[in-house]
Design a protein around this ligand. Structure first.
Ligand code: NAD
Length: 494
């Protein structure tokens, strides 16, 4: 019997108020029903908000090193249960087991990093323009935060939001993705086991209705959202009007550049991993590859050969290199882009079809797909596909490549393969993106560096690293006057 799972509000597991549910199925074999989960609405969000609000003062006043200790324990538990979580993740959203393990490891890393911040959360002490006056700045928590996450990193992305939010002293209403609710439930279970007091972290399952209720709750002070640019724009619009703090991490149209002087095999390996890892369902996936003309033909042939050799299947099986897409809508979306590419005149070099091999009939599998002879105005060159589809483009020079890389409305990740340090430095300086890799693929972030992008990818915030603290805390400037008299800044200075 598939299990029934619950929301987590005020330290208790329970149904949605309207008792509605939704199903969670394995995208590699849709006969495999993983469980049913509550379809939450505004009344559940309201209940979660109320307990988060009442837990806020006690949590805010808990010394940060003690908050950090709980997060550290959660990190150790995540590490201990890494294999179990990875198995659930692959079953729930399809990526191959090795990648699922990496996803859990990222959450472990984030726990260790955030726990350490419990003994830092540094502000500044500084000088004053007046005598006998002391000045400093310090971080303050914000209040109840609403965190909304996607399914492609179902443990890592929640950890990127929940740990920094908690270490800063906030309480949380968490709305995970409806395609990966079990990963989210296990994450919350681990937080409970680590000793997090009831009410500090609350989870409401469900889809857009629940997400919208979190965004529109008048007293939830901050929204941290990761997902598509379309939904992000709606979130930003609402938050803008309500003057609510809002951080957005959205789509990408990431590019890899390969110069003729590059290590050819390394660049090829990077392109295959960047384009087809996680079945292309990464915000940092490589969806455009610009190759210097001199080596274009050789690179094209090798990339097509590599893509054709990728073993597709259930990510739990040893030897499988690429799992299914997460759901039927994603499969339709990818197929729609393949059709658009062909209709607009691009050349399909390989793939392009729903994968039909025996054993794949019950899942949402798609072949690794490469287009060439594209034009920058084509849909496949402009829009985020979020599937195993990439476009190959010849370029004459680094300057032309950088111009093309920047010719997009997104700006998350980018990569250059070259052995020439001068070219590398120019790419680092001139590519408009939040992340640039030299001699590495467009994927591979680490938790202690800022993560996010420019243009339509984000709204100026950066997750991870110390910059995550700027999302989840407010700055306060403090002045202590010990002169015993009224001193007037800017006036008593002569
Ligand atoms: P999505 O925008 O459909 O959903 C993201 C989350 O928002 C889900 O929890 C969903 O239930 C919720 N949601 C949907 N509609 C909502 C609404 N109107 N109001 C509030 N919440 C709503 O995205 P997805 O399909 O889950 O994820 C894929 C997208 O996420 C891609 O565009 C990808 O690039 C992006 N992504 C970005 C990053 C990053 O850090 N930049 C990381 C991972 C994924």
């Amino acid at each position: 019997m598939p299990k029934t799972y619950f929301n987590y509000i005020g330290g208790k597991w329970g149904k949605a108020k309207n008792a509605g549910t939704f199903e969670d199925r394995n995208p590699a074999d849709t006969r495999d029903l993983i469980g049913t989960f509550p379809q939450s609405g505004p009344e559940d969000v309201e209940a979660a908000y109320r307990v988060a609000e009442s837990a806020y003062d006690a949590w805010r006043l808990t010394p940060p090193p003690m908050r950090g200790e709980i997060i550290l324990k959660a990190g150790l538990l995540l590490k201990k249960r890494k294999e179990e979580l990875a198995q659930v993740m692959t079953r729930e959203m399809g990526k191959v087991l090795k990648e699922s393990r990496g996803d859990v490891q990222e959450a472990v890393d984030m726990a260790y990093y955030a726990a350490g911040e419990g003994r830092r959360l540094l502000g500044h002490t500084t000088t004053s323009e007046l005598k006998n006056k002391f000045a400093m700045s310090m971080r303050m928590p914000i209040g109840v935060c609403g965190l909304i996450t996607p399914w492609n990193f179902p443990v890592a992305i929640p950890s990127w939001k929940i740990f920094p939010a908690l270490i800063c002293g906030n309480t949380v209403v968490f709305k995970p993705a409806e395609d990966t609710p079990l990963c989210a439930s296990l994450f919350v279970e681990i937080m409970e086991e680590a000793g997090l007091p009831g009410g500090v972290l609350n989870m409401v399952h469900g889809g857009p209705q629940a997400g919208r209720a979190v965004v529109r709750h008048p007293k939830i002070r901050l929204i941290s959202f990761t997902g598509s640019s379309e939904v992000g724009a709606e979130v930003a619009e609402y938050c803008g009007r309500a003057l609510k703090r809002c951080s957005l991490e959205m789509g990408g149209k990431n590019a890899q550049v390969v110069m003729a002087d590059a290590d050819f095999d390394l660049a090829l390996e990077g392109a295959l991993w960047g384009a087809f890892g996680t079945t292309g369902q990464r915000c940092t996936a490589t969806s455009r590859i610009y190759v210097e003309k001199k080596i274009f033909e050789r690179f094209r042939k090798a990339l097509v050969r590599g893509a054709r050799a990728i073993r597709i299947g259930n990510g739990l099986k040893p030897g499988v290199q690429m799992g299914p897409l997460v759901n039927q809508d994603q499969l339709r979306r990818v197929q729609g882009y393949v059709r658009a590419g062909i209709e607009e005149g691009a050349k399909l070099e390989c793939g392009g079809r729903i994968a039909k091999k025996s054993g794949l009939e019950r899942g949402w599998f798609h072949e690794p797909t490469i287009f060439a002879k594209t034009h920058p105005d084509m849909k496949i060159m402009r829009e985020e596909i979020f599937g195993p589809v990439t476009c190959l483009v010849p370029v004459r020079s680094l300057e032309e490549a950088i111009h093309q890389v920047n010719n997009t409305s997104y700006g998350l990740s980018s990569s250059l393969y070259s052995r020439d340090v001068n070219r590398a430095m120019r790419a680092i300086r001139d590519i408009e993106a939040g992340i640039t890799y030299i001699n590495g693929p467009t994927i591979g972030a680490e938790v202690h560096l800022p993560f996010g992008g420019v243009k339509k990818t984000g709204n100026g915030h950066r997750e991870a690293g110390e910059t995550a603290l700027d999302i989840f805390s407010e700055w306060k400037s403090v002045f202590i006057d010990y002169s015993g008299r009224l001193q007037k800044a800017q006036i008593d200075v002569d």
